[in-house]
Unconditional design. Sequence first.
Length: 171
Amino acid sequence: MSNAPYPMPMKKLFLLLFLAICSLLSASAQELIKGNASYYSDKLHGHRMANGERYHRDSMTCAHLKFPFGTLLKVRNPLNDRTVIVRVTDRGPYSKRFVLDLSRAAARELDIIRAGFRVVEITPYHPNEVPYRAEEDSIPEIPELELQYTPAATYPDPAWQRDSTKTVPND
């Protein structure tokens, strides 16, 4: 008999419980990211980003190292409680001091232009509605088309349907 304080099935139960708690804590910790955010220089206006699009300083875009392109992120400035939704279109920042590079328009909305950078809270944003879906009232009517057709009987028979025993008169 073993001198262990708990029998083997009890050890497995504690291990499974510990792993479950750790995975839940790490999943909730991944939802909120805190760190410094800076913004793009005006010199980059018009240059291509990592996803192939051109950077426009008035667009709501950002650069992040790990989120996939097209991911929507909700960025909040905890000092003034302003929030913006930005789309990941580039990779960076490549400094350990920063976690996000914002477009100039997003930085202006968060009021971080004067400071140059600010601590922000980042969470992935998953809208509950289908983007760009038209409301029922705004769906335009599809017009009725008046189609004219000629009955098939007026066309000559195709060559593969003609009787080869009949001769066609030459003009």
